[in-house]
Design a protein around this ligand. Structure first.
Ligand code: NAD
Ligand code: TYD
Length: 373
């Protein structure tokens, strides 16, 4: 079933993946409209949209997805035909220490969007060719053992963290609004993303900035937990494919076929940082606290710390469905994607120093004091 999105409402478009999606969409599509609705929480930054700030198709609205009346007004006044829903609280560790915000935003916020979409597109009949795309995660499927087959779209849900449970609940609400009211929905469940504009509380950007600042890189537990990593632009390409060619009411897993143990990925980053400093003498002057500035291996900053409670052991995605049915394949190899990501953080020091304000640092210090090596 082909859909031709013309006028998009992108929730959470000032966050990591949402902003990359807006860049991707505007670079690939002429005309049309992209309205970003974002509450600018600690994870949302106007700076993430700087590269497209002057684009004539873009409008930024500072607002909350739980404001159903605002969402309804935007759907009407902008004659939106496609809603792409990224907005969420997205960090597992924060969900462990404060689950309420995850229920408020991920469950009630998603429900608010669904109510507005139902009202405007179905009750007021303003959306004959509408689409509601919900961006979700592989974490709803729970944890795999080392020999288990990867998650498919029919793997039973078994969320383990408050974050995963809140995303699972939102997935179910999206499904229910299709089956009960006939809203034209699609959902994608993606593995871990990495790339530019990734907030430095998640593993890869946190490791990069700590290696540059000479700060310990915390590895939870034994470091053998496995994640599948996908370059963020590939996720955006996958979502675009689902928007234009996905079947209404269906879900699609998106993944990179790229499983890494946490310790291995951090060691890989350490080697890349060491190589970057060896190749560019100006880096030592810019980042004098980095061990690499003094020829000391970056790996000396790795610290094993107390494990995350309920830490899922392994995620792996079987992406056969989107590959076979929608012709999607990741374009970026991990080796080049991770090198591009490090290069981006080296070139955008102002960005990551700007987004890491004092309150985030204090939160980390309170909750993640290293428990010894
Ligand atoms: P993020 O935390 O970087 O960004 C979330 C954005 O949502 C921020 O801009 C924030 O300001 C905004 N937001 C939060 N609450 C809001 C509210 N009430 N109203 C309006 N805006 C609000 O998250 P991300 O990593 O970009 O993830 C985006 C989506 O993709 C999420 O739904 C997440 O569950 C999903 N996802 C993420 C990953 C990943 O690896 N990061 C993987 C799979 C799926
Ligand atoms: P994260 O980037 O938070 O993503 P998610 O929990 O959604 O997969 O974490 C990725 C993996 O890295 C996860 O197994 C937890 C681990 N991790 C660490 O070992 N140290 C850290 O400082 C962080 C943030 C994560």
């Amino acid at each position: 079933m082909t859909h031709h999105p013309q006028r998009l409402l992108v929730t959470g478009g000032a966050g990591f993946i949402g902003a990359n999606f807006v860049h991707h969409w505007l670079s690939a599509h002429e005309g049309g409209r992209v309205v970003v609705l974002d509450a600018l929480t600690y994870a949302g930054n106007r700076a993430n949209l700087d590269p497209v700030r002057a684009h004539p198709a873009l409008r930024f609205v500072h607002g909350d997805i739980r404001d159903t009346a605002l969402v309804g007004d935007l759907l009407r006044e902008e004659t939106i035909d496609t809603l792409v829903h990224f907005a969420a609280e997205s960090h597992v560790d924060r969900s462990i220490h404060g689950p309420d915000a995850f229920i408020d935003t991920n469950v009630n916020g998603t429900h608010s969007l669904l109510k507005a979409a139902r009202q405007v597109w179905l009750a007021e009949r303003r959306g004959p060719a509408h689409r509601f795309h919900h961006v979700s995660t592989d974490e709803v499927y729970g944890s795999l053992g080392s020999a288990d087959p990867a998650f498919t779209e029919t793997t039973p849900y078994a969320p383990n963290s408050p974050y995963a449970a809140s995303k699972a609940a939102s997935d179910h609400l999206v499904r229910a609004y299709h089956h009960t009211y006939g809203l034209a929905v699609t959902t994608s469940n993606c593995s871990n993303n990495y790339g530019p504009y990734h907030f430095p509380e998640k593993l890869i950007p946190l490791a990069i900035v700590n290696l540059l600042d000479g700060k310990p890189v915390p590895i939870y537990g034994d470091g053998r937990n496995i994640r599948d990593w996908l370059y963020v632009e590939d996720h955006c390409r996958g979502i675009t494919r689902v928007l234009t060619h996905g079947w209404i009411g269906e879900t699609y897993n998106i993944g990179g076929n790229n499983e890494w143990a946490n310790l291995d990925i951090v060691r890989h980053l350490c080697r890349l940082v060491d190589e970057a400093f060896a190749a560019d003498v100006t880096l030592a002057a810019r980042f004098p606290q980095a061990p690499a500035a003094r020829g000391i291996p970056s790996e000396t900053l790795i610290r094993f710390v107390t494990d995350r409670p309920g830490h899922d052991r392994r995620y792996a995605i079987d992406a056969n469905r989107i590959v076979c049915e929608l012709g999607f394949a990741p374009a970026e190899r991990f080796e080049t994607g991770i090198a591009r990501t490090l290069a981006w953080y080296l070139a955008h020091e102002d960005w990551w120093r700007g987004v890491m304000d004092g309150s985030y640092r204090q939160w980390v210090a309170r909750h993640y004091a290293p428990a010894g090596t």
